[in-house]
Design a protein around this ligand. Structure first.
Ligand code: GLP
Length: 242
């Protein structure tokens, strides 16, 4: 059963999750963080950067794994998740860039990229805390509806709805990639602690279906119900239908 915490706003959620992550880093300086992109975890990353600085935590050995990446964006594209993770996490926290991994969305190596990423996660000893947002289609990572609960990192086709939602980060929807590499639901379920964040009324239905609805591949987020340690941190609007 997930622990559900309803907070006032995204800033409060960020402060709460940052405290948990900072405690983990203090206890385990080589902690492995599972990093989500999207707008939802940004308050967490900002609060964590402040907490790391104010507590003087040593983050030189902290490791990270991003959940997903677009396929085929040119290297250095500002909206590739490699760039986003560098900008929002690695630089503000002062992490070592070579210890923070993002799936490789280069089409030339795409056939082996999923297995390579799984091997890297295994070598790191697994992910301690996986931060998750949720898409309006109920996706976590980029596991769109229909994703198998046992799936591992692999290429997926993005739904039209997700491409539309993410078009705000690009000049037009035509610039949003059609494919991605994403940790699978099986990969996500192997993390030792899942922290699912959601804010605003737009997420209320996805949150309810993920946390309380039937376990179904039509709502990939419902996979979190299979995990023994899940914290769901939501604002009142996202919690409205729970
Ligand atoms: C993207 C990401 C997900 C994220 C979701 C929600 O598609 N791949 O990891 O959870 O969108 O995005 P946002 O947090 O911006 O609402």
């Amino acid at each position: 059963m997930a622990e559900v915490v309803i907070v006032g706003d995204a800033a409060e959620a960020g402060a709460l999750v940052a405290e948990t992550l900072a405690d983990l880093i203090a206890e385990r300086p080589d902690a492995v963080l599972g990093l989500a992109t999207g707008s939802t975890p940004l308050t967490t990353y900002r609060a964590l950067a402040e907490t790391v600085a104010s507590r003087g935590l040593d983050v030189s050995r902290v490791r990270g794994f991003a959940l997903d990446e677009y396929v085929g964006l040119p290297p250095g594209h500002s909206e590739s998740y490699r760039s986003v993770i560098t900008r929002e996490v690695v630089e503000p926290l002062g992490l070592r860039p070579d210890l923070v991994h993002v799936p490789n969305g280069d089409p030339a190596t795409i056939v082996t990229a999923g297995d390579d990423y799984e091997a890297e996660i295994r070598r790191a000893g697994g992910i301690d805390v996986q931060i998750l947002g949720i898409g309006r289609t109920g996706h976590i990572g980029f596991n769109e509806p229909g994703s198998s609960f046992g799936s591992l990192t692999r290429v997926k086709t993005l739904t039209e709805a997700t491409r539309r939602d993410n078009a705000r980060f690009f000049d037009s929807i035509d610039d949003v990639p059609t494919h991605c590499l994403t940790q699978g639901l099986g990969t996500i379920l192997r993390a030792r602690h899942l922290v699912l964040l959601a804010f605003s009324a737009a997420k209320a239905e996805a949150v309810t279906r993920a946390v309380e609805g039937p376990l179904t591949a039509s709502v990939p987020g419902s996979a979190v119900q299979l995990h023994p340690r899940v914290s769901v941190i939501v604002d009142e609007d996202a919690a409205a239908r729970l």
